[in-house]
Design a protein around this ligand. Sequence first.
Ligand code: ATP
Length: 261
Amino acid sequence: MTAEVLLEGRGLTKRYGGVVAVDDVDVDVRAGEVLGLVGPNGAGKTTLVDLITGAQPASGGSISLQGRPLAGSPARRARSGLARTFQHPLLALDLTVRDNLLVGLSAHRLRSFRGLVAQMVRGMLRSEQRRDHEAAEVLAATIRLDRTDRLTRDLTLGEQRLLEVGRALAQDPVVLLLDEPFAGSDSEGVEGIIDALRTVRDQGHGVVLVDHNVDLVASVVDRIVLLDQGRVRFDGDPSACLASPEMQDVYFGAQEVLDDA
Ligand SMILES: Nc1ncnc2c1ncn2[C@@H]1O[C@H](COP(=O)(O)OP(=O)(O)OP(=O)(O)O)[C@@H](O)[C@H]1O
């Protein structure tokens, strides 16, 4: 049986003046699937993520999440179940690792009015605070970050990336979008992020993974979308994508032209 489509984008388009950054793109993310989004510099990867999360208004197209139209501000879309990390981590540097994770856990509760009321009541209860602390420790273990009392500003860039993924996970997202999560990470950081991806997938959520490292992406995702000049050139199996003429053309076509000259 084919898994449920969680996120469905149709005809997504973004123009900046004369530049068509994203050009009539259809994209699906299914339950329990990690989708890799690859393509050379300027292919439109970040813009596509921006259109999905609402960071940029689309020039055309539509998006739905679990069958409901997805529109409005990034905050509103986050409440609907999208979580995202950025190329440059956006964390509270003066808070500890644990507190940044607690922020994510709180944000999850604030997704509904009922959750907000429950949060206010629970906030007065020590047992709930303890449960939150335990949840933060479980998340920290998932992303392999120890010593959660460390200040975030003292973490390496790779550790900050892991923490950002952990904070996004704390929101229990329907779909998690990760924009270049491996950049600047050492091998342990990369492993932590891959573990986190698998956890989200195993929980039946969807993940969109954007990264420059095509081989790494292909080794961890279930499906790849190859973008070039704003258009989808390939959508399918990762190893088939690596071996495809489209991949060859997008990444090496220009070199062949140079060689031929
Ligand atoms: N704010 C903007 N104003 C004008 N053009 C933009 C803007 N943002 C992106 N573009 C253009 O849109 C195209 C797609 O850019 P985008 O950043 O989405 O590509 P990308 O695949 O994420 O690239 P990279 O891998 O380098 O991050 C590029 O031609 C870029 O110059």
